[in-house]
Design a protein around this ligand. Structure first.
Ligand SMILES: Cc1cc2nc3c(=O)[nH]c(=O)nc-3n(C[C@H](O)[C@H](O)[C@H](O)COP(=O)(O)O)c2cc1C
Length: 176
């Protein structure tokens, strides 16, 4: 079984990248194979609905998404939504998301944006029949100190999300 953790923030001091690193470690501790994709480390083209699909980076992204059974999108909340880089990834790689189990971990500035992933979660469900984990991580700035996640509630939620990803992905794969 292979999983993909995607860090979607382009900020060099990203907090959602810390969530992503912790989730990767957590799933790996269950003896699972986890790939890590950092959108900040790639010169990803904007989706134009045309030539961007044949860009070699897009081809690599499609391969990374296609080969994962479960994907955790670690996203910054921007304007009550996932950031544009996360949305662009989905636009570029669309059909390769078909049937994937998808979880979310968010870094946000305030409590009020906690439903911000719902738009993209709905589109993944309706467009690509993704199974969205009904448990997600939502962390504000005070959950971090430097490069560490210091809020035990967030750490617990990371553990729960990771367990749920492995459990649901495993259950669905034995059904096929
Ligand atoms: C352009 C922009 C828009 C933002 N919009 C929201 C928002 O709607 N709700 C919120 O809670 N935080 C918002 N924030 C705060 C970010 O979610 C917060 O800084 C978070 O840590 C970003 O994730 P990152 O550290 O992984 O890049 C916004 C930040 C930026 C730069």
């Amino acid at each position: 079984m292979s999983y993909l953790v995607v860090s979607c923030s382009l900020n060099p001091e990203s907090r959602s990248r810390l969530l992503a690193a912790s989730i990767k470690k957590n799933i790996e501790s269950k003896a699972e194979n986890v790939e890590f994709l950092d959108l900040a480390e790639n010169q990803i083209p904007f989706c134009d609905g045309a030539g961007a699909y044949s860009d070699p980076i897009t081809v690599e992204l499609v391969a990374a998404i296609s080969s994962a059974k479960g994907i955790i999108l670690c996203v910054p909340v921007y304007n009550y939504d996932v950031n544009a880089a996360a949305k662009n990834l989905i636009e570029l790689t669309g059909p390769s998301w078909m049937g994937k189990v998808v979880g979310f971990a968010c870094a946000a500035g305030g409590h009020g944006s906690y439903m911000s992933v719902m738009g993209v979660a709905n589109s993944l469900m309706l467009d690509f029949r993704c199974h969205i984990l009904p448990r997600f991580v939502y962390a504000l700035g005070d959950a971090f100190q430097g490069d560490s996640i210091t809020d035990p509630t967030v750490t617990e939620r990371i553990e729960e999300l990771s367990n749920e990803m492995v459990r649901v992905t495993g259950a669905l794969s034995t059904e096929q």
